[in-house]
Write a protein that binds this ligand. Structure first.
Ligand SMILES: Cc1cc2nc3c(=O)[nH]c(=O)nc-3n(C[C@H](O)[C@H](O)[C@H](O)COP(=O)(O)OP(=O)(O)OC[C@H]3O[C@@H](n4cnc5c(N)ncnc54)[C@H](O)[C@@H]3O)c2cc1C
Length: 400
């Protein structure tokens, strides 16, 4: 089903048309073989970059497309419906560019952003560590300041695009003291002392490499520091507010793809002399799937419009991530049920959608952490985001 969208400008409509065309011609034909082989589709990212899709919500002066977040997210949704590894990859890249775009000095932005947003370069975001996941402020990778910059040692875990990215947005400790001792750095891929673990062998999302990033005496120039020393955790959380909306959009796209596949199958499959779609037990299931997806889409768009209006949106982003990814898991599970036995085998995409849906409840803050963020906001005086978002105020240690 082509999703009916309300877009703010004719330019945004043209953009969505271009994205749908690109998915039909370049993404959809590659997805089954790519996932089955677990091969990262770098050539697809090159195509997206060439089409200007790797810098959508950033200013034009540095190579971005100056699109509102509500438009950027709908592009991510369409891409994720075509191939989750691609939609999620665009979301992670966009997240990785945020610290330079929002906290970099004028000279850092001028030096780094054209390459990062220009389409030929891919980013990764390194916050999690083997022993610091939800409690990310407990991270132990160290960046020791010296006369010529910083020396970095440590291991980051679970890095999406680990080993294939061109730059790594790294959170490392410059002083003791939980989140307040963390700083944010820009690390180019070729730097000496940077190495990668073997890609994790995952349940799904196999064509998106996830790997440890190891830093062994990595020397960084003073200009690699983004924002002030000790500001890195706040930057990391601010980036995650936007990133969570990217994950919500991915979840809606994936759920839509699962629902579309189930609707098409139920319209063809016949039992007891009828299409299975005509059995109320199946028809009601499909109706609930479509309704939940529409609600999840409305919630992430609502959060995106708050962000576009310059309003605090962190709590709404947490709600959108929580709701959309739970909906995605339920829809993907029900899609397998609609397919019956054919949902359980690799000849149809339903089983892949189910395997892929699960990860969205875990990344960029598990859904327990989203509930924690929302619950804390509710118990604040006024019951909402402080200016800048709940998660960016240093009151929350937990992020994911
Ligand atoms: C495929 C994939 C890609 C990823 N990509 C990236 C990436 O690019 N960059 C990056 O930095 N990280 C990445 N991650 C890491 C991801 O963000 C973490 O896995 C996630 O934050 C959870 O951390 P953890 O796995 O250590 O689980 P833990 O924090 O150990 O949590 C274990 C369980 O305890 C629950 N829990 C923990 N604390 C609380 C609490 N206070 N209250 C209630 N429940 C709690 C959790 O919800 C979870 O169910 C990725 C992970 C995966 C699987």
């Amino acid at each position: 089903m082509t999703v009916e969208r309300v877009l703010p400008t004719p330019e945004a409509r043209d953009l969505l048309d271009l994205v749908r065309d690109l998915i039909g011609k370049e993404v959809a034909p590659r997805v089954a073989a790519g996932e089955s082989a677990g091969r990262f589709p770098r050539e697809v990212f090159a195509l997206l970059g060439g089409a200007g899709l790797l810098g959508l919500p950033y200013p034009e002066e540095h190579g971005g497309a100056a699109q509102p977040y509500e438009v950027y997210l709908q592009v991510v949704e369409e891409l994720a419906a075509g191939w989750l590894a691609v939609g999620l990859g665009v979301s992670v890249h966009t997240l990785s560019c945020f610290p330079v775009a929002a906290y970099g000095t004028a000279s850092q932005r001028a030096a780094l952003l054209p390459e990062m947003l220009g389409g030929g370069s891919l980013g990764a975001y390194c916050l999690s560590e083997p022993h610091a996941g939800s409690d990310a402020a407990a991270l132990s990778t160290r960046a020791v300041p010296g006369p010529e910059g910083y020396t970095v040692d440590g291991v980051k875990a679970w890095t999406t695009h680990g080993g294939v990215a061109d730059f790594y947005t790294l959170m490392a400790r410059t002083s003791p003291g939980g989140g307040r001792g963390v700083s944010c750095f820009h690390v180019p891929a070729g730097v000496e002392g940077l190495s990668f673990g073997a890609p994790e062998r995952k349940m799904g999302l196999r064509s998106s490499p996830t790997a440890q990033v190891r830093l062994d005496g990595v020397r960084l120039a003073p200009e690699a520091l983004l924002g002030a020393e000790g500001e890195g955790f706040r930057i990391a959380l601010a980036a995650l507010d936007g990133g969570r909306l990217g994950i919500a959009a991915c979840a809606v796209g994936l759920a839509q793809a699962a629902c579309d596949a189930a609707v098409a199958y139920a319209g063809e499959r016949r039992q007891f002399g009828s299409r299975v779609a005509d059995f109320q037990g199946i028809g009601f299931m499909l109706a609930d799937m479509a309704t939940q997806i529409a609600a999840a889409r409305a919630l992430y768009l609502d959060a995106a419009r708050l962000r576009d209006a310059g309003r605090p949106y962190g709590t709404r982003a947490a709600m959108a991530k929580l709701f959309a990814t739970d909906v995605c898991m339920k829809v993907a599970t029900d899609a397998v049920q609609v397919f019956g036995g054919y949902g359980y085998v690799e000849d149809f995409p339903a089983e892949r959608y189910l395997r892929e849906a699960k990860v969205l409840q875990i990344v960029e803050g598990t859904n327990q952490i989203q509930r924690l963020v929302i619950g804390r906001a509710l118990s604040r005086p006024g019951g909402g985001d402080p200016q800048g978002g709940l998660t960016t105020e240093g009151g929350s240690r937990t992020t994911g």
